[in-house]
Design a protein around this ligand. Structure first.
Ligand code: NAP
Length: 303
């Protein structure tokens, strides 16, 4: 099936282009980006021009940051195209509800992707936790924003999510693997004095679940979820790619299928089945953190 990639930046180049190239399901038929392009693929700089010129491309994958993404998704659905959304699926919850309703009214597929849910050890972790009682759980998600978002000023602008941009990946795993839903009960959000979004967040949830997100960690990066249950302990490390049960390695780091190839395989199935997949649970926790969060102001930060 033909697909167009829209917003050719870091994640499109790092993950989407290779995943599509390796997929038996997809052919990259066009790109739409103001500056970016992919060699050998027809490139548009204007989305409306693409929609008019290429009615033969039934699917678009939107890879730009969340704030500008809504207008593209709405235009694509109105033009009868299936839509795949990078995470987070929107800058607000209401705009994603609007897209979900529009896709349903048009009979089109809308896929709000969560790439971290496709990490190798997430499904085995979910299976192991099934039926167990959670005693406590803690997320440690600490990375270096300058390494993963070089020069991307949008992450510190309103709607850019700040440390929740990576933190929502942890929340996407948490909401996938826990046997019962939890809800946020408190948050402390750390804002550099020159930024509109937080650079660190400490979250408390019901059920003795806590989270520590920080974007100031240089050196080794930490993407861990530790869960104590009535029948042993589970640790998901390396962003969901390594599973330890009671300290013993159960599932290793080598993925059979990478996270983005798995997303594109899932999109192919959704389109074929005429279904959508939009789970806003991780984004609800982020919205609740902003609703309940206590602000701490720290020194200015520059990318
Ligand atoms: P990025 O490189 O800053 O942006 C991607 C592209 O979007 C840009 O190159 C730009 O292309 C286009 N764009 C930016 N602002 C725009 C605007 N106002 N209107 C229209 N197009 C605009 O960001 P990214 O790192 O790829 O992240 C994009 C999304 O992927 C985010 O939601 C992020 O959470 C997610 N993601 C990122 C990573 C990562 O490692 N960075 C990992 C997983 C997921 P043109 O200038 O050519 O139009």
């Amino acid at each position: 099936m033909k697909i167009a990639l829209v917003g050719i930046g870091k994640i499109a180049v790092d993950q989407h282009v290779p995943a599509i190239a390796a997929s038996p399901d997809w052919e990259l038929a066009a790109t739409v980006s103001r500056k970016g392009s992919v060699e050998g693929v027809e490139a548009f700089t204007d989305f409306a021009a693409f929609l008019t010129a290429r009615p033969d491309v039934p699917v678009v994958s939107l890879c730009m940051p969340p704030v500008p993404r809504y207008a593209y998704a709405e235009a694509a659905l109105k033009a009868g195209r299936h839509v795949m959304l990078e995470k987070p699926p929107g800058a607000t919850l209401a705009e994603v509800h609007a897209l979900t309703a529009l896709a349903a009214a048009k009979g089109l597929t809308l896929y709000a992707t969560w790439h971290s849910r496709m990490a190798y050890a997430v499904a085995p972790a979910k299976a192991w936790l099934k039926g167990k009682r959670i005693v406590k759980a803690h997320i440690t998600w600490r990375e270096d924003v300058r390494r993963w978002h070089p020069g991307q000023d949008w992450v510190f602008e309103p709607g850019g999510m700040g440390v929740f941009d990576p933190g929502i990946n942890a929340l996407s795993i948490l909401t996938e693997i826990l046997p019962a839903a939890v809800h946020l009960t408190g948050a402390e959000l750390t804002y550099p004095e020159n930024c509109q979004t937080p650079i660190a967040a400490d979250l408390t949830f019901s059920g003795n679940v806590t989270a520590d997100f920080d974007w100031r960690q240089t050196g080794p990066q930490t993407w861990d979820i530790d869960v104590a249950t009535d029948k042993g302990t589970l640790a998901l490390r390396m962003g969901g790619n390594r599973l330890e049960i009671d300290g013993a390695l159960m599932a290793g780091e080598n993925s059979i299928m990478g996270e983005y190839p798995a997303l594109y395989a899932a999109m192919a199935k959704l389109v074929a089945a005429g279904r959508s997949d939009v789970d806003l649970a991780p984004a609800v926790h982020v919205a609740d953190a902003y609703a309940l969060g206590r602000r701490v102001i720290v020194e200015a930060f520059h990318l």
